[in-house]
Design a protein around this ligand. Structure first.
Ligand SMILES: Cc1ncc(C[n+]2csc(CCOP(=O)(O)OP(=O)(O)O)c2C)c(N)n1
Ligand SMILES: [Mg+2]
Length: 1002
């Protein structure tokens, strides 16, 4: 379009000159009859009056490109030159003149068409393409007051009524639609009629911001069809049926549950036929699975009518539901409101195919589900080998207020084209009811449309009048076609209204009285469509009545069935999750050690670089050191421990995906998961080479966009798809995790108990605590512990064979201190029959600490090796003092319980002061609390003082543990003989533990 924009300056000058000659713009406009629909009255604008001065162009520049044309004089000169010798001008001008002047000269009836007129017409068409949506009839309530842009008025270009029946030729090379070269000569009236029909009807197309010519042409071709679009009778009957279902569903719920909150879709019922037709079209074009994310509005309707969740089940749940039968493994969690639950079903399509639909459970927090849907879709694409990303599609349904207001929308849109995050295009549907709770758009956003944010992504946006069901269906189908053709995002903005309040018990007239005066008298979309079809003669009243009766009798029947509905085993595990255990089913702890020969072979693979690869000097050294660590089996550091965990999981056939800001190198230059050839810039990822012919995505490590909320959400969704994937998100620094707080609150910490969906996502939170000020010092361990649902006052069953402590808690929080324990913590995520999020506090200075090293023997499963306990080698929830060995320690005066890197500092100090009477014990897993192991330590070191540094959380847990010990032990003193001194990590002061709370003593 660059050339057209350039020509527009030239033509605008010409136009303005014309206007000036005509006196005033207002006067000019009056020449045209006011009833003529093309010539809307425009307020006089002084800027249009300014007389332009054509810029003289030296003849020497006549060979300039068409793109640079700036004045009519210039163009006339060029034309003369071209007539004398077509080769004397730039090729682009040659094309232009051949099309316009050539055609004009040879076609009968248009010989009067001047080049100025051609250009003005071009500009007029262009104006419709760019701004036609401003004049489109997209508001069903017609309350919107929009100023129609001047450039949609033919008078603006100097055309008068006398020109309406003149014939014009409108061909431009490499253009589709109205301007394509093969369009016949048409009168101005015909051209204008089609422009109005195409751009100013029930759909307002915004697409001219897309720079790609091919994409624009594709859309132009679809929009600027020679005749307006029409559905045949058969399609219309289906559309009507779907609209009746949508409308009656809401009416039915309204009559049966008059005061229940359901966030009805009334006023936006055409969403349902729109979605169904979109999905049918997508299925025709190869889509097999659709992942849907949406919030409250119309969710029940979508569940029932689009996803096809059994109506009896919806009604039963809506009535409060019967209690689930006592079935083994029937885990019901804490539950959530009905309209948040997710579900999935296979649905037949109009074209005779089946499509799998899953609606992702979502929290109240608007738009938070967006990146989760994208991540889940991407996960599906990986597991179904959908390299083209055409079989799995993500569809997001938004509200107008939340789409414009919630920042995560923008963050999610920005993932859409990133190689490791793209899903091949998400289809966004906005249920734009022109109000957000009680807030008008004018107070809710600064942009013209609520969808403007998507323009930054070059997504086409179709604004469609929600009262025109056929237009909604068309926009939805077009969106599906766009997505399957260009594999990028597209937006359908259904402009509708909200017939009632924000919810069913809300009074909208408090705040939108005028709008609701109009709404009260406004026919429903169904009434409008029925009228239209009756008028067309394609449908009889009896047909309509028959469908109504059919739908209402099914709804009533299902309502009766709902009374006897017995919930079946909750579908909380999708196909890949069969065999996984609910928190009520015991999953035995497994070993995570690996055969030494496997460790050696993968260790070698990940520390060897290709022969002619030229890494950075420092990186070369790091890899040489890694090779040496593997060779000697000694001194394995944090990064290698992590890489060994990844490599061994890959060898076992799991998928590993690590994402976050700068994770490829690692913020602290320790990981080097991807290295760069210093001469060629080529990249090499050692973990891509642990298996023969390894699928390149099997191990994915990817720097992300600079977002926490969306990227963590994406990984959350990804991790939910398949349990055999270790998915990790690393915060650049632990403190930045607060940018994703919503994900922690609404999904990670609470998703399983609300929605019965498990996820084994790992969150790595590097932090400092190095005394260098507050920034990045703390990953805010206390916040994660506060959000843990570990009951500090009740010690759960800790017996090896009965223990479900981890299964029952909401997540795990660890603060590990050795590379080997980190290795086992990561492997444990996969080697168990359930999934649970894992928060890893990762102290920065352990990445290179001289003592933070492990031997390879701690990673293997060889009996007698240091890591091998009674049960084998596995993650250590607590690491006891490396000096103490016996079951009952003598001579220990003080038992220090600590967590994290401070153990190395304490050990150092102990060495300095020869403190042999001090035992240092590391609590590696803070949540759930290792009551059994702490109790063991307290028993072993009886009659000593216990001190430590942790958080209130630990105080209460320790208190409970001590109390238990006391009761089981001597029973004489409350703390069983221990004086417990706890240094609080929040205030840094010591507290003496008292039965009910902590009290400062210093
Ligand atoms: C992040 C967030 N902030 C506020 C709310 C409270 N809230 C629920 S619905 C709603 C209005 C949403 O408006 P819109 O996106 O236009 O959707 P509509 O209800 O109109 O369909 C608000 C503010 C919320 N659920 N989530
Ligand atoms: Mg709204």
């Amino acid at each position: 379009m660059a050339w057209l924009r350039a020509v527009s300056s030239a033509a605008k000058l010409a136009v303005r000159r014309n206007l000036v000659q005509a006196g005033s713009y207002a006067k000019r406009a009056r020449v045209l009859p006011s009833q003529n629909r093309y010539f809307h009255s425009t307020v006089y604008k002084p800027k249009a009056q300014a007389a332009p001065v054509p810029r003289p162009v030296p003849i020497s520049r006549l060979t300039d490109s068409f793109l640079d044309g700036t004045s009519s004089f210039y163009i006339e000169e060029l034309q003369r030159a071209w007539e004398a010798d077509p080769n004397s001008v730039d090729e682009s001008w040659d094309n232009f003149f051949r099309n316009f002047v050539g055609q004009a000269a040879t076609s009968p009836g248009i010989s009067g068409q001047t080049i100025q007129e051609s250009m003005r017409l071009l500009l007029l068409v262009n104006a419709y393409q760019v701004n036609g949506h401003m004049k489109a009839q997209i508001d069903p309530l017609r309350l919107e007051e929009r100023e129609i842009p001047d450039d949609l008025d033919p008078a603006f270009y100097g055309f008068t009524e006398a020109d309406l029946d003149r014939e014009f030729f409108l061909g431009v090379w490499s253009m589709a639609g109205f301007l394509s070269e093969n369009r016949p000569v048409q009168t101005l009236r015909t051209i204008l009629t089609r422009l109005e029909q195409a751009y100013c009807g029930s759909i307002g197309y915004e697409y001219m911001h897309i720079a790609d010519r091919e994409k624009c042409n594709w859309l132009r071709d679809k929009i600027e069809t020679p005749t307006p679009r029409q559905y045949n009778q058969q399609r219309r009957v289906v559309i009507l049926d779907r609209l009746i279902w949508s409308t009656q569903f809401e009416n039915f719920l309204a009559t049966k549950w008059t005061a229940a909150k359901r966030f009805g879709l009334e006023g936006g019922e055409t969403l349902i036929p729109g979605m169904k037709e979109m999905f049918d079209r997508a299925a025709d074009l190869g889509v097999e699975t659709i992942v849907i994310g949406m919030s409250h509005r119309g969710r029940l309707n979508v569940l029932g009518n689009v996803v096809r969740k059994p109506l009896a089940q919806i009604f039963s749940e809506f009535s409060g539901g019967t209690k689930p039968v006592d079935e083994v493994g029937l885990y019901t969690g804490t539950g959530d409101v009905k309209y948040h639950l997710g579900t999935s079903y296979d649905r037949p399509t109009r074209g005779g195919k089946r499509i799998h639909l899953s609606l992702v459970a979502n929290p109240s927090h608007l738009e938070a589900v967006d990146p989760v849907v994208m991540g889940k879709t991407r996960g599906k694409q990986y597991y179904s080998n959908d390299a083209e990303r055409t079989k799995n599609l993500g569809v997001l349904i938004h509200g107008d207020g939340s789409f414009a207001g919630q920042g995560v929308v923008y963050e999610t849109l920005h993932l859409s084209a990133l190689p490791n995050y793209t899903t091949g295009g998400t289809i966004h549907i906005v249920v734009n009811n022109q109000v957000a709770f009680t807030t008008d758009p004018r107070s809710g956003r600064s942009s013209q449309y609520c969808t403007d944010v998507a323009k930054a992504l070059n997504a086409p946006i179709f604004h469609v009048n929600g009262d025109d069901v056929e237009a909604v269906v068309h926009a939805c189908e077009l969106a599906a076609e766009w997505r399957q053709t260009f594999h990028s995002d597209v937006v359908v903005d259904i402009v509708c209204y909200r017939r009632f309040g924000h919810n069913e018990i809300d009074e909208p007239s408090f705040t939108q009285p005028k709008m609701y005066q109009v709404i009260r008298n406004h026919l429903s979309a169904l009434e409008i469509y029925q009228k239209k079809l009756l008028e067309s003669g394609q449908v009889e009243q009896e047909d309509i009545d028959r469908t109504h009766n059919k739908v209402s009798s099914i709804l009533n029947e299902e309502f009766l069935n709902s009374k006897d509905y017995v919930p079946k085993r909750r579908d909380w595990l999708s196909a890949y999750w069969s065999g996984f255990k609910s928190p009520e089913q015991l999953s035995r702890v497994r070993n995570t050690g690996v055969k030494p020969e496997i460790l050696k072979s993968v260790g070698k693979a990940i520390s060897t670089l290709p022969e002619n690869f030229k890494p950075h000097r420092a990186v070369k050294k790091i890899f040489e050191q890694r090779a040496q660590m593997i060779e000697t089996g000694e001194g394995i550091d944090w990064a290698l421990g992590e890489a060994l965990a990844f490599a061994t999981l890959l060898v076992e056939g799991n998928h590993v995906r690590l994402s976050g800001q700068d994770v490829e190198r690692g913020t602290f230059s320790h990981r080097h998961a991807i290295i760069h050839d210093q001469e060629t810039g080529e990249k090499y990822c050692p973990l891509d080479h642990v298996l023969m012919n390894q699928n390149e995505e099997m191990f994915t490590v990817s720097n992300s966009s600079l977002s926490e909320f969306a990227v963590l959400g994406f990984e959350m969704g990804y991790s939910m798809e398949n349990p055999n994937s270790l998915v990790l998100w690393e915060a650049q620094f632990g403190d930045f995790a607060n940018g994703a707080q919503v994900m922690f609150d609404q999904f990670l910490s609470s998703g399983e108990s609300k929605w019965l969906r498990q996820a084994g996502l790992v969150v790595l939170l590097p932090h400092g605590c190095d005394g260098q000020g507050p920034e990045h010092s703390s990953a805010r361990l206390e916040r994660f512990l506060q959000m843990s649902d570990d009951n500090p006052y009740v010690i759960p069953e800790m017996d090896q064979t009965l223990r479900r402590q981890i299964q029952e808690c909401n997540w795990q929080v660890v603060n590990v201190t050795t590379p080997a324990n980190y290795f086992h913590a990561l492997r444990r995520q996969i080697h168990r029959d359930f999934r649970k999020p894992l928060i890893v506090m990762a102290p920065k200075n352990l990445l290179r600490h001289k003592d933070c090293k492990s031997n390879l023997s701690e990673f293997d499963d060889v009996q007698g090796h240091p890591g091998f306990d009674k049960q084998g080698t596995r993650f250590k929830r607590l690491i006891k003092d490396h000096n103490v060995r016996s079951d009952l320690e003598e001579g220990i005066r003080r038992l220090v319980l600590c967590s994290g890197k401070v153990c190395y500092e304490l050990d150092e100090e102990r060495k300095k002061v020869s403190g042999n009477d001090v035992a240092i014990c590391r609590i590696e897993q803070l949540c759930p609390f290792p009551y059994d192991l702490i109790q063991r330590e307290l028993k072993r070191c009886r009659d000593c003082m216990v001190s430590g540094r942790a958080h209130e959380y630990g105080c209460v847990q320790l208190h409970s543990t001590s109390a238990l010990y006391c009761h089981e032990g001597t029973g004489e003193r409350y703390y069983g003989g221990h004086q417990v001194c706890w240094a609080c990590s929040i205030c840094g002061h010591s507290h003496w533990l008292l039965p009910s709370s902590c009290q400062r003593t210093d």
